[in-house]
Design a protein around this ligand. Sequence first.
Ligand code: ADP
Length: 453
Amino acid sequence: MSAGLMVWAGSVLLAVSATGVNDHPVLVAVLAATGVALGLGLMEAVRTQRLLAWLRSPQAQVPQHEEGAWGDLTYRLERILETHRRDLQREKARLADFLEAIEASPNGVLLMDANEHIVWLNTQAAHHFQLHPVRDLHQRITNLIRQPLFVQHLQSRNTQQAITLPVHDGRSISIMLRTYGEGAMLLLSQDVSERERNEAMRRDFVANVSHEIRTPLAALSGFVESLTVLRLEGGERERVLELMRQQSQRMQALVDDLLTLARLEGSPRPNPDHWFSLDDLIGRVMAEVAGLSAGRHQWHWPEPTGLELSGVESEAHSALANLLSNAVRYTPERGQIALGVQPLTDGSVALHVSDTGAGIAAEHLPRLTERFYRVDGSRSRATGGTGLGLSIVKHVCQRHGGQLRIESEPGVGSVFTLVWPALRVRGGVEQGASDLLGAESALLPWAPRGRER
Ligand code: ADP
């Protein structure tokens, strides 16, 4: 019994004896026992209230200095609560980690209850569907994403197949639905725009290649038919054979360019330690394109530069030859074609191929390096073009860390500039380096406008 309780019981007894009832010891005992019981009950009530107050409110102070069973009870409850508190904190931290991991996912994750209300979503999902991560919580998802395809898919609860939804900025999102718990749903979203684009490009590419091959193939089989059915003699027969040769050359050129592109795409970045002479390269290309021009153009070639470039020589050769053969094919007779070599202030070297040919309208320039893109299809085919030349040049540039710039003006001419990066250039006779955009365009009277491809 606590000291307070004993004092209280003593005072009751004293009070009772003072009233002169000590002649009735039984009464005194009963009164004293009642008093003690009342006192004990009161104290228990106070302790219980204190304990309950503490249990009700975690902020309330823990009851102190309790003794006996109450103290023990308080202590044990306190330990149980503390364990629970720690477990809760641990679980909270785990949940936070878990949500952080989902947040880091490149895919969208959105949770819905059985009534299609949004319960939680990560930033990616918010971005995919243009939702607000806080404001749109607890909203019915079909009020926010109203596309019929989406609504239909959600209502069908189809968890087997994904659908692809066109969303903002021309992007495509693939959506997969999963159900869990009691009708709750998990919606996984993934941006498949790139994949769709590649797939479309692949389809276009196959269609283009088939188209390019079908035409000469049809012509060839027509000629074979003519030779078989008709009894062609002398000159006529020679003419048909010549046409057949041209068509098979066209197919050969196409296959060669396709293989070159495939090689460029599939091989590792060119070795920076393999050096070759730019002057030797120019010498070889000169001989080739002079044959192609057959004296129809006026040529301007650079002085020996003494420069060495690093990378794959055959690729540099292919890029330069493509640019120069284009200049030959798109420049009319007596036109001028020039190759200029210009060291730039940053140590890189610009190779300008300029012509006074047909020129190209501005709207075509951004698409010129796409495979099979042609400004004038019939002219390209008539001169043996495959539509892949500039694609090859662009790939060679990119693989070597360089750039391809195209400037052109219809009726005036074009300048194709191939910039070989500084770390792949060495040597050279001393000459004033200049900045590309400030420099005179190689032998053309009009100034370059500096477009990059
Ligand atoms: P192609 O085999 O058709 O020449 P390219 O990829 O080499 O294919 O060139 C793409 C298109 O760019 C050509 O079809 C042509 O219309 C245009 N082009 C390329 N070079 C020139 C040039 N020097 N002058 C005018 N047009 C050009």
